[in-house]
Design a protein around this ligand. Structure first.
Ligand code: BV8
Length: 247
């Protein structure tokens, strides 16, 4: 059976949304795998502002463990294929990732929105100093800002991650809307995502509203597969390298 291919004409824009499945072939556990992250830690404990307030040490141990995992991981063939596609399409391409592992950037992707943040960045909980690159592991010490007096709060540093219950960066959402609403045909390709987390899970509906064609590439049928026009079953590292045909 010939591989399903997505042929991209010269007037077509492509928006790709990736989820944890796109990094699975780099050894990063997905959220819904049997030993996924949800299993080891209750979400509300570690990926929410309340969890950080309650137990910042636990949260920093959880993110330090994941930061170490990412530092030891390498981009896979799927990440590299998307970086190649960006080179061929230029401004007609936009990558929106839910992943916080930084592997798309390491694969060479530049037209990228990390809508849930980045594990390798840290920011201050109390002041609005810009997030900074940080590979340090905080296993038992709690990192303090040092640039602010805590403004009556803790002055603790925190991972530059969008937690559950926190707003996404409005600039990211505006950039996505703008890209989707440009004139001409739009292709929306979601890769390795179960579509369980909002507002990322709603992007397929936005793509359809503007008349875009939609594909889901996933290792197994996901709960959200029915919202896509086409479903391509497979592992991203195997499927992506031969999937796109740029005309
Ligand atoms: C927001 C950073 C407005 C954290 C993440 C109650 C109170 C507050 C909010 C809510 C609420 N109820 C609902 C909400 C909204 C909430 C939400 O969606 N909750 C869900 C659980 C129902 N969303 C939010 O809170 C968002 N903010 O709404 O703000 C607001 C504000 C206040 C109050 C109300 C509303 C913020 C969401 C961002 C959360 N942060 N990440 C961290 O990483 O530690 S989300 C996190 O989970 C990941 O980033 C990722 O996005 C998500 C997991 O999803 P996937 O990436 O899809 O991964 P998953 O494992 O599910 O699926 C992988 C798929 O890949 C599988 O289908 C598998 O089959 C497949 N696969 C596996 N291997 C491969 C493969 N496919 C291909 N190849 C392979 N090799």
């Amino acid at each position: 059976m010939s591989e399903p291919r997505i042929s991209i004409e010269p007037d077509t824009r492509v928006l790709v949304l990736t989820g944890a499945g796109a990094s699975a072939d780099s050894g990063i556990p997905t959220f819904r795998d049997a030993n996924g992250l949800w299993e080891n830690h209750a979400v509300e404990e570690v990926a929410s502002p309340g969890g950080f307030r309650r137990d910042p040490r636990l949260v920093w141990r959880f993110y330090s463990q994941r930061r170490a995992g990412v530092l030891g991981a390498k981009p896979n063939a799927g990440h590299l294929a998307l970086a190649e596609l960006e080179k061929s399409l230029g401004e007609r391409f936009l990558l929106v990732t839910q992943n916080v592992d930084g592997l798309h950037r390491r694969a060479g992707s530049e037209r990228i929105l990390e809508i849930h943040g980045n594990l390798l960045e840290t920011k201050c909980w109390s002041c609005d100093r810009p997030p900074f690159e940080d590979h340090a592991l905080y296993e038992d010490t709690l990192p303090m800002c040092g640039e602010c007096d805590g403004r009556g709060d803790t002055g603790l540093l925190r991972p530059n991650i969008v937690w559950f219950g926190e707003m996404l960066d409005p600039a990211h959402l505006e950039a996505i809307e703008r890209f989707m609403s440009l004139p001409g045909p739009l292709f929306f390709v979601a890769i390795g995502t179960s579509g369980a987390v909002w507002p990322a899970a709603g992007l397929v509906d936005l793509a359809r509203r503007v008349g875009g064609r939609t594909w889901l590439v996933n290792a197994e049928p996901a709960e959200n597969a029915s919202r896509f026009e086409s479903f391509i079953r497979g592992r991203s590292a195997e499927v992506l390298p031969g999937l796109f045909e740029v005309r």
